[in-house]
Design a protein around this ligand. Structure first.
Ligand code: HEM
Length: 256
């Protein structure tokens, strides 16, 4: 509660921000547009959006996310006082590891930890996050941005699709990952996060490195999606087509 209030209070600092194309948040958004299109159009994501997601595959996806967020948050904790990361440190608002652990307990039972493992495609993603955290922590910004801002943007849609397709309880069990308890207004929070990013003292060369790292983060996510898609082919399960209607697009404004 306290932490949420503190974030809310600081929202005013971004009320009158005017973004320029040189701002880090804009460099990343514009420079990953192609990667974002690819991710949105990957077969796994498209199937998911149509409600074509099998329970076993969703469980594996949640497992992958657990490994990725454990790595990101471990490195964030180590670097929380680093001047190039400290302004983006919002553990109570953003961190997903515990939410994912709850989801895994729901899906796999009390001894979930002994039942999961890090997949072949998730491993390089996890390794890269640790490498960056140890050797070039400023690049953590790219990893945090790619995941957290993405989750705050498309997460609500994905939650609804998964809930319907997998017939998960309306109480939100199994879907804690998609629920940011400490964020009541995702649009306002994204604005705050962008303004914090744009206050970091990054020179042009570092901005380029961050953009490359963000595109790498998208690529690593895509590799995980491709792996899941392949595994999904061998899983026999009834799926019901309960996704969103095919007409129109997603509206473009999920929570901006
Ligand atoms: C932003 C949709 C998948 C990363 C957004 C926005 C939308 C959106 C509507 C808001 C645009 C804005 O705030 O300017 C979707 C949909 C997806 C999807 C429908 C498919 C399910 C992904 C994936 C990733 C991702 C797989 C990366 C792993 C991001 C990021 C932003 C974003 C980092 C923030 C952009 C910014 O701050 O300007 N997405 N997205 N998205 N998405 Fe996605």
């Amino acid at each position: 509660m306290m932490a949420a209030d503190s974030a809310e209070n600081t929202l005013t600092e971004s009320n009158d921000d005017i973004l320029s194309p040189d701002d880090l948040s804009e460099v990343l958004a514009a420079g990953t547009k192609e990667s974002h299109d690819k991710a949105e159009n990957s077969p796994f994501v498209k199937d998911f959006l149509r409600g074509r997601i099998k329970r076993e595959l969703f469980k594996l996806g949640t497992t992958g996310l657990y490994h990725v967020y454990s790595a990101i948050e471990e490195e964030i904790e180590k670097n929380k006082d680093h001047p190039m990361f400290a302004p983006l440190y919002f553990p109570s608002e953003l961190h997903r590891r515990e939410a994912l652990a709850k989801d895994l307990e729901y899906f796999y039972g009390e001894d979930w930890e002994s039942k999961i493992s890090c997949s072949a495609a998730t491993r390089p993603y996890v390794d890269r996050i640790h490498e960056v955290g140890r050797n070039d922590p400023v690049l953590l910004v790219a990893h945090a941005w790619t995941r957290y801002m993405g989750d705050l943007s498309g997460g609500q849609i994905l939650k609804k699709v998964a809930q319907r397709a997998l017939k998960l309880p309306p109480t939100g069990e199994g879907l804690n990952f998609y629920h940011f308890e400490g964020i009541h207004n995702p649009t306002a929070f994204k604005r705050l996060y962008r303004s914090r990013m744009n206050e970091l003292e990054v020179d042009a060369e570092t901005k380029e490195k961050l953009l490359d790292e963000a595109n790498l983060a998208f690529k690593l996510n895509l590799d995980v999606f491709s792996e899941l898609q392949e595994i999904g082919k061998d899983i026999k399960e009834e799926v019901q087509d309960v996704g969103f209607p095919a007409h129109g697009d997603m509206g473009g404004d999920i929570s901006k």
